[in-house]
Design a protein around this ligand. Structure first.
Ligand SMILES: Cc1cc2nc3c(=O)[nH]c(=O)nc-3n(C[C@H](O)[C@H](O)[C@H](O)COP(=O)(O)OP(=O)(O)OC[C@H]3O[C@@H](n4cnc5c(N)ncnc54)[C@H](O)[C@@H]3O)c2cc1C
Length: 468
């Protein structure tokens, strides 16, 4: 029987284990799967904590329904009947600029009437139609791409805050191809972003006329989706459906290979394996593979991580005196605020706060503000409250507060990332049966993690079949 060890029980490791079990069963192949997880709980970045009646998401608060990977997994787990789509009003997203919360324009007329961009900024953005497509060349940063196609103002007020909201990243260093492959692809395919939008809208209209099923009205972004008890129901669902042995509270310290793999564990024991799948962060894997390949180890440690503080504040709705009709807001760096943005969690999904209360979740830190990781809890609270007072006029103290710290929140796909990942995989080619998955390589969203997990499971089973 083939012994498979999966390192890490975040969504990537758990989804890989589940996909392996399903595929192995379909192929009537006997495998013995062990998942080793450093923490005492499974889920990795996913952790929905019910504290004093507030449902606080430690990390992600949902996945988008415009890609099939996570929805398919939910169907396979038979938990799709418990899915919860975000409220309709959560489609309203805001940007804080020039001391005003501007509703993010959703179409042409609202774009022109919005005061978020100046008239020169709007005209420059529209002039994107005339900007020639760039073919080939070196890996462009998001900032270079934004300035070239849409202009400096759109970069500062639209693109950079979005990059902060998704990646906690710095557009001056982020690789546009690795972080937003779809955007880079639209330029290649249609010659520009506005041209792509126009052509895709025409196509949708045509398909509608022909009576075809057309993607949701929420547009290319899709609808944020979770569960009544939070996104942790996803990882709990996988754990409940797994036959694999899960060893939690134990970390893998080292991996060695001769005829098979020998994993050194933190409790002093060893684990033998024919196939090893790492779903651990790249920096953790870098330490583990030193004896397998010093080159791969050095390359893995080149993938940087941004730290982040997630700050949950609960308030009495009556005391707040401001409207919370929407998803929340992002903040351009030029505004000089301490946080990247704030999500109005209790407006996005129901039952996130006790009756009569609201839950806000602010993100602080990221690649552009690494100092935030060293702030004390008191400093964090003071700074977040100052931002809430300036942006939303909230002057009262919260009745509830939790600060969650992520030292390694999100891997940063900086310029040359795709090449770096290629080199890492090449260096590990001499280690047959060692596979990498997880958010450090080919996408950080939950959909990316789940679809890459399935791909990795397929590759591992192909390897097993070929080794027979
Ligand atoms: C604050 C925040 C908000 C986010 N919001 C969203 C969102 O709304 N939507 C979305 O799609 N994505 C979001 N993301 C991104 C998404 O949550 C992550 O990319 C995804 O959860 C990563 O899953 P993973 O399994 O690849 O890694 P992880 O969840 O990091 O799991 C890796 C696991 O490996 C374990 N491990 C580490 N070292 C060892 C070792 N030596 N031995 C054994 N185990 C080890 C860790 O303990 C961990 O459990 C967010 C991320 C953060 C931080």
């Amino acid at each position: 029987m083939t012994r498979i060890v999966i390192i890490g029980a975040g969504i990537s490791g758990l989804a890989t284990a589940f996909a392996l079990e399903q595929a192995a069963q379909a192929q009537q192949r006997e495998v013995q799967i062990t998942v080793v997880e450093k923490e005492s709980r499974c889920g990795g970045k996913i952790w929905s904590r019910n504290e004093e009646g507030y449902l606080c998401e430690w990390g992600p608060n949902g996945f988008l329904d415009n890609k099939p990977a996570t929805l398919d997994l939910c169907a396979e787990l038979d938990i799709d009947n418990t899915l919860l789509r975000s409220n309709d009003n959560a489609r309203k997203r805001f940007i804080f600029s020039d001391n005003i919360l501007h509703c993010l324009p959703e179409n042409g007329p609202t774009f022109f009437s919005s005061k978020l961009l100046s008239w020169p900024g709007k005209l420059r953005l529209v002039a994107e139609l005339a900007v020639a497509a760039k073919r080939g060349g070196r890996d462009e940063t998001l900032a270079e791409f934004g300035r070239r196609r849409l202009g400096a103002e759109a970069l500062d007020k639209l693109i950079a805050p979005m990059a902060g909201g998704i990646f906690a990243g710095d557009p001056e260093t982020m690789s546009v191809k690795s972080c937003f492959p779809r955007i880079a692809q639209l330029e290649e395919q249609y010659g520009g972003l506005l041209k792509a939008m126009i052509k895709m809208a025409r196509q949708k209209r045509r398909e509608r006329k022909e009576g075809k099923q057309v993607a949701s009205a929420a547009g290319p972004g899709g609808i944020l989706t979770s569960f009544d008890d939070g996104i942790q129901q996803l990882t709990d669902g996988v754990v409940q459906n797994l036959k694999a042995k899960i060893c939690s509270g134990i970390s893998v310290d080292s991996i060695e290979y001769s005829e098979h793999y020998v994993l050194g564990l933190s409790d002093g024991s060893q684990l033998d394996a024919d196939v090893v799948i790492s779903a651990a962060p790249a920096n953790a894997l870098a330490e583990m593979v030193e004896k397998v390949s010093t080159e791969a180890s050095a390359l893995l440690s080149k993938i940087p991580y941004a730290a982040m503080n997630v700050v949950c504040f609960g308030y009495d709705r009556d005391q707040l005196g401001c409207d919370l009709n929407g998803f929340g807001y992002l903040i351009p760096r030029q505004e000089g605020c301490s946080v990247l943005g704030t999500l109005w969690d209790s407006s996005i999904f129901p039952h996130r706060a006790p009756e009569g209360k609201v839950l806000l979740r602010s993100m602080m830190g990221g690649a552009t503000n690494p100092r935030a990781a060293g702030f004390t809890d008191d400093q964090v609270q003071v700074l977040v409250q100052a931002d809430l007072a300036r942006i939303m006029g909230i002057k009262v103290d919260p009745e509830f507060m939790r600060i969650f710290r992520h030292q390694h929140a999100i891997p940063q796909y900086v310029g040359g990332h795709a090449n770096l990942v290629k080199q890492i995989r090449k260096e590990l080619q001499d280690s047959p049966g060692l596979f990498l998955t997880g958010n450090a390589y080919d996408g950080i969203g939950l959909n990316d993690c789940v679809s890459n997990a399935k791909k990795t499971a397929r590759q591992a089973l192909d390897f097993i079949a070929q080794s027979e």
